[in-house]
Design a protein around this ligand. Structure first.
Ligand code: DX5
Ligand code: ZN
Length: 220
């Protein structure tokens, strides 16, 4: 099993003070900064794009973990590379030529991941797993923070975990949506390495305590 990484989602932060919010989770022990990019088409919400990611990067040491919930992600890849993104995930449901998109992400110097919605089966991503560095399993329907965890996606996590044990132990599994002290242990036990947490971190005043209690709960 890989070490636990905590990736606070900036979606739940105070957007009037993004640099301070990023600094608070960096000082509080976060490992990655999760950036939710939504276009109002792939998901029914509109958030931020590469310019904001670029400003975040200039104001934090945390590696950026950018999650593209957009149609035509290919149009945005170069801008996210320029912004200094380390980890970049695209949705299998949004990519007509996923293999090409993943290759482009890598060619631009970023580490590619594939994201999948709660209803999308493991079989939809299995052929691309040899080409990506991580899988982002959505445990809510993408679009909003603060939703309830959909526990049956853990069956999919177990399938991915079983696949990687056989074929690619270096693959990371990230989970996104509804992660808090009451859900994180089940996800860890199913095989998750990276935990996105929006409201569970930014909804608490003391970010260090929120991150520490997630880590402790994950090991329960
Ligand atoms: C949802 C986003 C998530 C969201 C998670 O579409 O992809 O990253 O910020 O928020 P919480 O942790 O509050 O469910
Ligand atoms: Zn996300």
């Amino acid at each position: 099993m890989h070490p636990i990484l905590i990736a606070p989602s900036i979606l739940s932060a105070d957007f009037a003070h993004l640099a301070d919010e990023a600094a608070s989770v960096a000082a509080g022990g976060a490992d990655l900064l999760h950036v939710d990019v939504m276009d109002g088409h792939f998901v029914p919400n509109l958030t931020i794009g590469a310019p904001v990611a670029s400003w975040l990067k200039k104001n934090t040491q945390l590696p950026l973990d950018c999650h593209l919930m957009v149609e035509n992600p290919d149009l945005l890849l170069a801008d996210f590379a320029k912004a200094g993104t380390t980890w970049l995930s695209v949705h299998v449901e949004a990519c007509k030529h996923l293999h090409r998109t993943v290759q482009n992400i890598r060619a631009l110097g970023m580490k590619p991941g594939v994201a999948l919605n709660p209803h999308t089966p493991f079989s939809a991503i299995e052929p691309i797993l040899v080409d990506v560095d991580f899988v982002l399993v959505m445990s809510v329907n993408p679009g909003f923070g603060g939703q309830s965890f959909i526990s049956h996606v853990l069956e999919k996590v177990r399938q991915i975990d079983a696949w990687r044990k056989l074929h690619k132990p270096a693959l990371f599994i990230e989970i996104d949506g509804g992660i808090h002290n009451g859900t994180i242990a089940a996800a860890r036990n199913a095989g998750v390495d990276w935990f996105v947490a929006g409201s569970a971190v930014f909804g608490q005043k003391d970010r260090a305590a929120a991150i520490a209690s997630l880590r402790a709960a994950a090991n329960d």
